[in-house]
Design a protein around this ligand. Structure first.
Ligand SMILES: Nc1nc2c(c(=O)[nH]1)N=C([C@H](O)[C@H](O)COP(=O)(O)OP(=O)(O)OP(=O)(O)O)CN2
Ligand SMILES: [Zn+2]
Length: 136
């Protein structure tokens, strides 16, 4: 019997969507206003969903406090109030789209979870734009 535990979190971050190997015109054509060199920000909302068996002793799939602390260390402390392109090493050569941010978050959290836990990340870039990634 598998149960999924969800934890919400949020962070504010700035980014610019562009490729360093494309000129400004091509970046503008593909990424539009998101290519603004002065960057822009989003209030990202994250849902980390951990699936596993209920431990018969504790009744937990995972202690939510543990998940909360993990998200704080791996995501909030690393991304909150940062310029993703310039201050977060994972995006030095990786466009910080919602898709890529979700994969980076998934990789960071997955290494901290028990092997028998499955993880799905849902990342809202805006209230209407969101992505999901579960490591497949
Ligand atoms: N597939 C993706 N498409 C876009 C991404 C992304 O990460 N993945 N990101 C962006 C920009 O970050 C952009 O800033 C999105 O915000 P916004 O322009 O506010 O979004 P909308 O135009 O959809 O706003 P609405 O108010 O919902 O119309 C663009 N594309
Ligand atoms: Zn954006």
């Amino acid at each position: 019997m598998k149960v999924t535990v969800h934890r919400k979190a949020h962070f504010n971050a700035a980014h610019r969507l562009y490729r360093k190997d494309w000129d400004f015109e091509k970046n503008n054509k593909v990424f539009g206003k998101c290519n603004n060199p002065h960057f822009h920000g989003h209030n990202y909302e994250l849902i980390a969903s951990v699936t596993g068996d209920i431990d018969p002793e504790t009744g937990y799939v995972i202690d939510i406090k543990v998940l909360k602390d993990m998200i704080k260390t791996e995501v909030e402390d690393a991304f909150d109030h940062k310029n993703l392109n310039e201050q977060v090493p994972e995006f030095k050569d990786l466009n910080p789209t919602a898709e890529n941010i979700s994969v980076v978050i998934w990789n960071k959290l997955k290494t901290k979870l028990n092997k028998n836990h499955d993880l799905e990340v849902t990342l809202y870039e805006t209230p209407r734009n969101f992505v999901t990634y579960k490591g497949e």
